[in-house]
Design a protein around this ligand. Sequence first.
Ligand code: CP
Length: 313
Amino acid sequence: MEATTVKSGSKVLRHKHLLGLSTYSVEEISLILETAKEFRQILERPIKRVPTLRGFTIVNLFFEPSTRTRISFELAEKRLSADLINFGGTGSSLSKGETLRDTAQNIEAMKVDMAVIRHQSPGAAHFLTRCIKGSVINAGDGSHEHPTQALIDLLTISEHYQSFSGLNVSIIGDIAHSRVARSNIFALNKLGAHVTVCGPKTLMPAQIEKLGVNVTHRLEDALDVCDVAITLRIQRERFGASLVPSLREYHAMYGLTSDHLERNQNLIVLHPGPVNRGVELDDDVVEHERAVILDQVTNGVAIRMAVIYLLAS
Ligand code: CP
């Protein structure tokens, strides 16, 4: 790593892959955040590209729709001067019956060094590590983990609060189907934050408290004492309509309004996107100065640069 890029170049991750944050240590999470802060500064320069990964090739395997994650991985790879290949399920030989293993091994045979995968099945990223020799980054696997999104959330929170220790973070919404919630719970707990999860009983996993979180079904209890609200998208594609009576009723019970921000003047609001406006958040909450949703998107590129750089090292 050149001196013009990042200072944390002598430190390395213990892991070869980033499949989830449940196995990452506080030191590894902190290293990624510190490295991302340096890349964040580089992204403010007129020339945002560094030559670090020239000659390194990454394949982006996206089998599920994505806007933010796919674009920010692509942008991160370009900013690091890596070569990249984008691959999706449709229009490929997967539709002719080729397996994920064969697809991955054929792509690797073309001398690819790293794979980023988003897939609807929990464990898909882990499975890929058994198919190819290069590093694998999980860009979201079903309702299992979305580690880079949680790292983005941590970086965004760290721009508003000096320490995670003792910080009160409430995660609100569809906890049962949320890979973002799981990755955030693992990371925030390790960093010493107090995590509360809030949502309807039908969207709360059984025995979630065993992950070391408080549980409430009342939004006011979750919001009144917290410093950070991580709101989650209602994932209509992952469950039948029967789990919530209607989106209007969901909004009435769990949707954030400007009144909530008035009641707690310290609160910052995060959302991984895409936002269902008028369901998880009112329009005026999305536009509020204490909603940091677009900062999360900006931080996405820096986090993904940091993860790719550290795993490539
Ligand atoms: N946060 C997130 O994963 O968004 P996308 O589904 O658009 O990638």
